[in-house]
Design a protein around this ligand. Structure first.
Ligand code: HEM
Length: 207
């Protein structure tokens, strides 16, 4: 933990899910602030850059989850990789290549289920914001699940079902102080992977 990092907040009565929300609030705001949706959704090129940003940030984190020693013990449906959906969406836009990952490896030393659930909190929670982005993209560019928005719309059929199921598991399995510390560190690390990726831009990079 860096010297400036705030300590893990004391667990509120609502459990680990509420704790993680509090512990990553600043990082969520920082991620949101670097995604200028007004600019990115103004053109197909900007939208493709946004998808490329998610693809580059997400791929290393999802590879870490898939290789995690406790991944096989997760209930079915708790980990639904978004990387293949992003690949399809980029292809639908005719933009095959995602931006290269600024940091192609997610190097988190987190062997416990609490670490795994901390990372999954970020992946699963991001689907909530995904629906907001999908709505705006549809309005601005007409994108649908088959024309580039399958990733952002991944929970459209049941917007809160997977999130509530995930939070139930998280609250049931992350109960001790050590578990809470592990989950908080893991969730913060997952957000940091997104914060290391350069902000997407509709404008081509200067040579
Ligand atoms: C411009 C981009 C984004 C927007 C507009 C956005 C918006 C939102 C919204 C509206 C919610 C629901 C809040 C609520 O119901 O109280 C949410 C939740 C969440 N988002 Fe984002 N989000 C964005 C990007 C991201 C990214 C890139 C990540 C992951 C790296 C992320 C992770 C989360 C998480 C973990 C939650 C759950 C928070 C909770 O515990 O309730 N979001 N977001």
């Amino acid at each position: 933990m860096s010297p400036k990092e705030p300590a893990t907040p004391t667990a509120p009565p609502e459990g680990a899910a509420a704790l993680l929300r509090e512990a990553t609030r600043e990082r969520h705001a920082a991620v949101e602030a670097r995604l200028d949706l007004a600019e990115l959704l103004a053109s197909p090129a900007g939208y493709a850059a946004l998808l490329g940003y998610f693809a580059a940030s997400l791929a290393p984190v999802e590879a870490w989850v898939a290789a995690h020693p406790r991944a096989d013990a997760l209930p079915a449906g708790l980990f639904r990789p978004g990387t293949p959906l992003l690949r399809d969406d980029l292809r639908a836009l005719g933009a095959d290549a995602a931006a290269p990952a600024a940091d192609p490896l997610f190097l988190l030393d987190g062997p416990t289920e609490a670490h795994l659930l901390g990372v999954l909190y970020v992946l699963e929670g991001s689907a909530l914001g995904g629906l907001t982005i999908a709505k705006q993209a549809r309005r601005a560019l007409g994108t649908t699940a088959t024309t580039g928005a399958s990733f952002f719309l991944r929970n459209a059929a049941d917007p809160l079902g997977p999130w509530n199921a995930f939070k139930q598991r998280l609250n049931a399995r992350v109960r001790t102080a050590a578990d809470r510390d592990a989950a908080v560190a893991a969730a913060r690390a997952a957000f940091d992977q997104f914060l290391r990726q350069p902000a997407p831009s509709a404008r081509p990079l200067p040579c």
